[in-house]
Ligand binder design. Structure first.
Ligand code: T3D
Length: 266
């Protein structure tokens, strides 16, 4: 496995992680999956990391699955068909689980096209900022597959059923500005401002009460399967947990003293 398939740079409390296979538009093969997962694990284990930015090198965020990877190449005529659930379960599922359970907030900086599973990876981050020339492409229907890596869960929740079906069935490129207008992403910014915006957002999140932010992600994701009372009960459990944390004491003390809080929990 080549380490350079993923670049990982530290800026203050923010870990900037860059998919680095630009010659193949950062499309995912097994090595890139392993490198990204290992880098996310390292960020999760490092208590001094308080936010992550995920981006791509070159002109794409990522073209999704590498269609030249032998694992997904259709089997030759006469051979049993390839089991297309394998790559999804072996690589994309752990990646999406890792993103969704990261102990710090994660910002996607979408620097160019995101296609197929890469749309799910970007949308699986907490905040998505995209450059004006970036786009989102549900490429699956073009090759006879369904949206995966959580696409069928994320898309309708972000944009509603009608738009999710339109995007997934038609497989048209959705420009970043339109994605912002639909509420699919947090923000579309000028290309040359993208990294500065994403890093500033991540630095701001890094200074906030990390445990509360991560619990907020958990609560919002879990609420989708709950009724109102179930959501209130879950909030009660989380408030009980967070109310016993250093950051709550610090937040209230800072408010009373009219000073900036110094949040340290993770
Ligand atoms: O088991 C499972 O569950 C499998 C999991 C599947 C998840 C998925 O992600 S399925 C969807 C896979 N992705 C795609 O279908 C996207 C295919 N790519 C495109 O539609 C276009 O390339 C883009 C819209 C992303 C970019 O278009 P454009 O015009 O800017 O660039 P291009 O000329 O098409 O591509 C540039 C090169 O990258 C080209 O190679 P070449 O001709 O210069 O040697 C192209 O073949 C290569 N490339 C682009 N995407 C992929 C790729 N090579 C391998 N895999 C790709 N996904």
């Amino acid at each position: 496995m080549s380490e350079s398939l993923v670049l990982s740079q530290r800026e203050g409390a923010v870990q900037r992680i860059t998919l680095n296979r630009p010659e193949a538009l950062n499309s995912f093969n097994g090595d890139l999956h392993r490198a990204l997962l290992a880098t996310l694990e390292a960020a999760a284990a490092d208590a001094s990391v308080r936010a992550v930015v995920l981006t791509g090198a070159g002109r794409a965020f990522s073209a999704g699955q590498d269609l030249n990877d032998p694992l997904v190449k259709p089997a030759p005529a006469g051979q049993p068909p390839r089991d297309m659930s394998e790559v999804l379960l072996r690589h994309y599922r752990p990646l999406m689980q890792r993103l969704q359970s990261l102990p710090v907030p994660v910002v996607a900086a979408v620097n160019g096209v995101a296609a197929g599973a890469a749309v799910s990876i970007a949308l699986g981050c907490d905040l998505v900022v995209a450059g004006r020339s970036a786009s989102f492409l549900q490429a699956f229907s073009r090759i006879g597959l369904v949206p995966d890596s959580g696409g069928t869960w994320l898309l309708p929740r972000l944009v509603g059923r009608a738009r999710a079906l339109g995007l997934a069935m038609l497989g048209d490129k959705l420009p970043a500005a339109e994605a912002e207008r639909m509420g699919m992403i947090w923000k579309c910014v000028d290309d040359d401002a993208l990294m500065a915006e994403a890093m500033a957002l991540a630095a701001r999140l890094a200074g906030m009460p990390t445990r509360a932010l991560v619990a907020t992600r958990r609560a919002i994701d879990a609420s989708q399967a709950l009724d109102l009372d179930g959501a209130v009960q879950m909030e009660a459990r989380l408030q009980a947990e967070l109310g016993a944390s250093h950051d709550y004491l610090e937040g209230v003390a800072a408010f009373a003293a009219k000073r900036a809080p110094n949040f340290t929990d993770r």
